[in-house]
Design a protein around this ligand. Structure first.
Ligand code: DQA
Length: 143
């Protein structure tokens, strides 16, 4: 099973950025954990990180016919991007939105995600575990 993983803006700075909110794992360490999990689930991951809204949309489009699911952390675009929400609606595979932090326990403006309105599911607040839980969920979905 092929799965697309997209880390959005500022997630390249994990391990250095707001440690009390996002924890001390670097993005490479998060990805290593995901690859280990994926091996056990017999999944092939295609992992990308980008700060660009349009690139997130293009990665989703390019995955049509290529993957059976996606795990996306749109970062702050979650709270603003109707374009990413529409791209999520446009793809035929399930998209799980993930957040390292519990966005519902943070500033008011972070408590709503417009991209999650379009997603199959949202998992927030488990740190890197949010991504791991998303992979397990995708594996369990009937195909
Ligand atoms: C985040 C939460 C967003 O509000 C924030 O802008 C991020 C990271 C998270 O993973 O907790 O960049 O998506």
């Amino acid at each position: 099973m092929k799965v697309l993983v997209i880390h959005g803006p500022n997630l390249n700075l994990l391990g250095a950025r707001e440690l009390s909110v996002y924890g001390d794992l670097t993005l490479d360490e998060v990805n290593a954990r995901l690859r280990k999990e994926a091996d056990g689930l017999e999944m092939e991951l295609h992992i990308h990180q980008t700060a660009r809204e349009g690139e997130i949309i293009e990665l989703l489009h390019a995955a049509i016919g290529e993957v059976e699911g996606a795990v996306v952390n749109p970062g702050a675009y979650s709270h603003t991007s109707r374009a990413i929400a529409d791209a999520i609606r446009a793809v035929p595979f399930p998209v799980v939105e993930v957040h390292l932090s519990n966005i519902h326990a943070r500033e008011q403006w972070r408590r709503h995600s417009v991209t999650a309105e379009a997603a199959t599911a949202i998992i927030a607040g488990l740190g890197a575990g949010s991504y791991v839980a998303a992979l397990r969920f995708l594996k369990e979905l009937p195909r």
